[in-house]
Design a protein. Structure first.
Length: 138
């Protein structure tokens, strides 16, 4: 088994859920791992990673609407150092998570037919995001 690690800088995205599968696949191709696992970790507390529907963009809109409806604009939030979206972004990040582990089979991500990797951007005006990608395999 070999272990590879690299980082991937994502451009700033607007608030919402964004498919980043192809960017992860591009990184994976650089390492020519036939069988193994990939771990993707986001180094931020106001963004998240998740796997969901990869074809219909209305799913991403519905995800954003659901999380915004349930988490945004609560009068009891006291952590607002970076604005009113600050605490909601932290909560969404905790609910969805900061890392994913996906099997690699025949040099490809072994995702289901309708699965894609989402970046959940939870800030109104976010900067670029950094992913740490660790690949273990043969």
């Amino acid at each position: 088994m070999k272990v590879f690690q690299t980082s991937l800088n994502l451009k700033p995205y607007k608030r919402g859920f964004h498919l980043i599968t192809s960017q992860i696949e591009s990184v994976l191709q650089n390492f020519k791992v036939t069988t193994g696992t990939i771990n993707i970790f986001i180094q931020h507390t106001s963004a998240s990673l998740t796997i969901n529907e990869n074809v219909d963009p209305s799913v991403r809109d519905d995800m954003e609407n659901f999380f915004s409806d349930n988490v945004d604009r609560k009068s009891y939030y006291t952590h607002t150092y970076e604005g009113t979206d600050d605490m909601p972004a932290h909560i969404k990040s905790s609910l969805l998570g900061q890392s994913l582990t996906i099997p690699i089979t025949d040099t490809k991500l072994n995702l289901g037919t309708w699965q894609g990797i989402y970046l959940g951007e939870h800030r109104d005006y976010a900067n670029s995001r950094v992913l740490i990608i660790t690949i273990i395999g043969e």
